[in-house]
Design a protein around this ligand. Structure first.
Ligand SMILES: [Zn+2]
Length: 316
């Protein structure tokens, strides 16, 4: 403490004054007192620190648009910003009525902050994987873990998920179980090679057109992410009947709160490319699941198309 105190150069003149005063050198006292006054002026107060700034303009937005937490200024209050957002929503294929609501929401700062929260996570949570957007060639996740029976059940052994998805599945299943509902994982990670088999079998059994409505071509399946679970009905089977089971109803009501999003909702085949699959949930994390619900009517495909377009422009 004393060492710290003595290191402060401003205290030296004061010590000098005290020492000389005690030893009777009065003329020195006056001189030293004035010296002390001149030196012990408080240091100039530092400039006020800016709030944490998020520079969204440098990479992704035209013009100078800075956002700070708590900043009440609109995120897209410049006409340039809203033109940018409008054309982005259009290119992302967001229908006009939904796009207008998103533009309204984006006038406050939370939309952009929510978006940036999603983008700060693992990119495979938001990467667009659909009929037009395959995974990177040869992609296989590095952190797959085997699903062992926990709070959920499995229809057979050998299912795998990425660690974060597996952890979340356990947490979600425990919550379901507490309400008397059992979740059954009936399909999870599928490698490229396995999807070759699945798709090939479906084509043989139902023809290419029907197979394309409910199974992805190899390289184009969300299952290859290691973040997807097909949930089974009470007997573990996968199909439309899942929607009417307790597990199906529980998932529809609660999954997004745990970071799971229904990939192919009812009536959205023209948008997702797949018929309604009440059983197929993708783990996207809590941030993105909340973002999808808050701004995109719960339609994962729209949110991912939007993010895909946003990230594409960021890289331009
Ligand atoms: Zn599936």
């Amino acid at each position: 403490m004393a060492g710290e105190f003595l290191k402060d150069r401003r205290v030296l003149p004061i010590i000098l004054v005290m020492a000389l005063g005690y030893s009777g050198f009065l003329p020195f006292i006056m001189v030293s007192f004035l010296f002390a006054l001149s030196c012990s002026k408080p240091a100039p107060s530092p400039l006020p620190k800016p709030a944490a700034l998020v520079d969204v303009s440098a990479d992704v937005l035209p013009g100078n648009l800075y956002l700070s937490e708590g900043d009440q200024e609109a995120a897209f209050d410049s006409s340039q910003g809203s033109r940018f957002l409008g054309s982005l929503l259009n290119d992302a294929g967001i229908p006009p009525d939904l796009a207008r609501r998103i533009e309204d929401a984006a006038e406050g700062p939370s939309f952009i902050l929510d978006l940036l929260a999603c983008l700060s996570g693992d990119p495979f949570l938001w990467i667009l994987v659909d009929k037009a957007h395959p995974l990177p060639d040869g992609y296989a996740p590095a952190d797959l873990v085997s699903l062992s029976v926990g709070s959920y059940e499995v229809n057979r052994s050998g299912h795998r998920l990425r660690q974060a998805a597996a952890d979340s599945l356990e947490e979600m299943a425990a919550a379901a179980r507490a309400e008397g509902v059992t979740l059954i994982a009936s399909s999870a990670y599928r490698s490229y090679e396995y999807q070759v088999e699945v798709y090939g079998r479906n084509v043989r059994e139902m023809g290419r057109e029907a197979a394309d409505r409910e199974s992805a071509r190899p390289g184009y399946s969300q299952h290859q992410l290691g973040l997807v679970v097909d949930f089974g009905a009470q007997d573990g089977s996968i199909g439309d009947h899942f929607a009417q089971t307790p597990a199906g109803r529980w998932m529809a009501a609660n999954a997004s709160g745990f970071g799971w999003s229904l990939s192919f909702p009812q009536g959205m085949e023209a948008v997702t490319g797949y018929r309604w699959e009440s059983w197929h949930y993708r783990y996207v994390g809590r941030d993105l699941a909340a973002f999808i619900d808050a701004y995109f009517d719960g339609i994962q495909q729209y949110a991912l198309q939007f993010i895909h377009e946003w990230v594409k422009r960021s890289g331009d």
